[in-house]
Design a protein around this ligand. Structure first.
Ligand code: AMP
Length: 357
């Protein structure tokens, strides 16, 4: 019997997981809403992901469950045959628990303090110094739920901007680079790593990922960190950790208990993509090799370039998620071999032009 994998969510990450599932002997079914983009390649069953009974009924009809977003209420995940497990997801979905957990694992972060009130925010500034960044503990993504503070006069505005909900305040670090490490752990404990990836964000949204980021010392350090996280979380599946490189060392920013945007290049650039390896991991299979070629991924934010434009560049792989164009929305990505310098530079310019200001 082919294993039936249920994904909670049916967006672009579920779409690419389902595409990877075609090459494996597995069946992928998504819990989502009519019109979600994974419908193009997989069955999407309408499920309200806030409804624990509906999610449990979906889970009962599949062999294993996984997620495409950590922003699912932890209560809904209890008792499911879920990989990664509910505890790992619960930690990753709360920026305060996540930072505290990094520290418990011996992994450094930017200075931070919890904030539950305007008074807390004033005190938290003494811990973090200025400039600082206030982030909602939960439901933040792509720079949403964040406010920057340049002076202590900004406290009231920042607190109002994030909606006066539980937050953490972080000191702004002056990073040399932003990098991520994607790793996979199987049910039998096999672990594979991809090379470190260099990431460039604008307005809080990932724009460009370049692999590999070559630094033997940091690669080693990041791998040891992920090993510790895997062990302490009894983790199964893909885990992505975003780091700041500060003074030549790594500070963890956040972790994603799922396939990650900075790993989309692995579809063309690696022996086995992050999507295929995640599916292999959660069904109890053997992980595939992660030998990688230098590759660049550019995100298409807001709208896709036309097919007639992209078809002029034979070195480019085009991924259109089939989503409606909308400002700030991730609607697709382009992947290039890193040797295609001229085409990458041209597309960086063109895609920057598509970003509504
Ligand atoms: P996040 O949602 O935490 O990934 O933040 C989005 C982006 O904001 C990051 O990729 C960084 O470019 C920037 N950022 C977030 N936190 C910090 C920080 N503590 N110091 C400097 N830059 C930050």
């Amino acid at each position: 019997m082919r294993p039936r994998i249920g994904i909670l969510g049916a967006g672009q990450l579920a779409l690419m997981l389902a595409q990877a599932g075609k090459a494996l002997d597995v069946e992928v079914i998504c819990a989502g809403q009519p019109g979600d983009c994974a419908e193009q390649v997989a069955e999407v069953i309408p499920v309200d992901l806030d409804d624990a009974a509906a999610v449990a009924a979906f889970a009962a009809a599949v062999d294993v469950v996984t997620i495409e977003s950590e922003n699912i209420h932890a209560d809904v995940l209890q008792g499911l045959n879920l990989y990664p497990n509910a505890r790992a997801v619960g930690i990753a979905q709360d920026r305060l628990l996540e930072k505290q957990f990094f520290h418990a694992c011996g992994i450094g972060t930017a200075p931070f303090a919890p904030v539950d009130s305007l008074e807390d925010l004033k005190h938290a500034l003494e811990v973090t110094g200025l400039p600082a960044i206030l982030k909602t503990r939960r439901m933040g993504y792509d720079g949403k739920g964040q406010a920057r503070l340049r002076s202590s006069d900004d406290v009231a505005d920042a607190w109002a901007e994030v909606g006066r909900v539980p937050c953490i305040l972080e000191g702004m670090v002056n990073f040399e680079e932003e990098v991520s490490l994607i790793a996979v752990r199987s049910r039998s404990g096999q672990v594979v790593f991809y090379p470190l990836i260099e990431n460039h964000h604008r307005e809080g949204i990932l724009r460009t990922s370049i692999a590999p980021f070559v630094n033997e010392k940091l690669q080693h350090q990041a791998e040891r960190y992920l090993d510790v996280l895997f062990e302490k979380l009894e983790y199964v599946g893909v885990l992505a950790v975003e780091f700041f490189v500060v003074d030549g060392a790594l500070l963890a920013n956040e972790m994603a208990p799922r396939v990650h945007n900075s790993g989309h290049w692995t579809i063309e650039g690696s022996g086995t993509s992050q999507f295929e390896n995640h599916l292999r991991a959660i069904v109890g299979g053997k992980l595939g090799n992660t030998e990688s070629r230098p590759t660049v991924m550019l995100n298409c934010i807001g709208s896709m370039p036309s097919e007639s434009e992209t078809s002029k560049f034979p070195e480019l792989f085009r991924h259109d998620y089939g989503k409606e164009a909308r400002p700030g929305r991730k609607v697709g990505h382009l992947t290039f071999p890193a040797s295609a310098h001229a085409a990458i530079a041209e597309w960086q310019r063109r895609l920057a032009g598509l970003i509504p200001r």
